[in-house]
Design a protein around this ligand. Sequence first.
Ligand code: FES
Length: 232
Amino acid sequence: MAPARSHDGQNPPPPTGEGGGARRRRARVVSGAEVGAVSGHPHPGPPPPAGEEGSRRLPRTRPAGRTATPADHAAVVAALAGRPPRRDLLIEMLHALQDAERGLREGQLVALAEHLRLAPAEVFEVASFYAHFEVLADGAPAPPPVTIRVCEGLPCAMAGGAALLDRLRAAPPPGTRVLPAPCMGACHEAPACAVGHRPVPHATPESVARAIGVPAPPAPPPGTPHPGRRRG
Ligand code: FES
């Protein structure tokens, strides 16, 4: 009788039963001490069960990662002013928190994540994605009350935005700071600028001063290109 063929028709199937199995080498569990004896390096051996005396793992006493303080939670609750804890309102809540705190403190972002039952990374991702949000370290000083953002996109730069940014930066109106910003979606009103949340179309130093409610800056020396106007 011909020997049985395996499924590929080439090789006979491996022997089974005691007779065939005797020729196979059986896998054996090797202890850590044996590994150490062969390699020359002592093997640490398996970890002891958690909770046993002498365990190297210490019990976790607080959550991993950044945590929010009671003050962070209080700031978030105050800024949200009774808004429902809906995740689809995350951006609106970030705006409210930034307006109240002049920035988004890291601890408060964690508190907001807990408030909305989101992972802190999700809240940090959104907060750090948009240029109009500013994430601040917990101990960082608060920025000035008013932020002036000047668009530095190409259409605005060609319309005088770059000169406007230079001039505002050289002499920021009192109580303000001046930051460059990406396109604000107001290219048809270039150069675009925002005082806080208030857009200033076709911005000039004078119109920015009016939007803030401060006196207009002194006129530049003759011959200086006027920011906010196209150069002919
Ligand atoms: S490039 Fe300035 S608003 Fe678009």
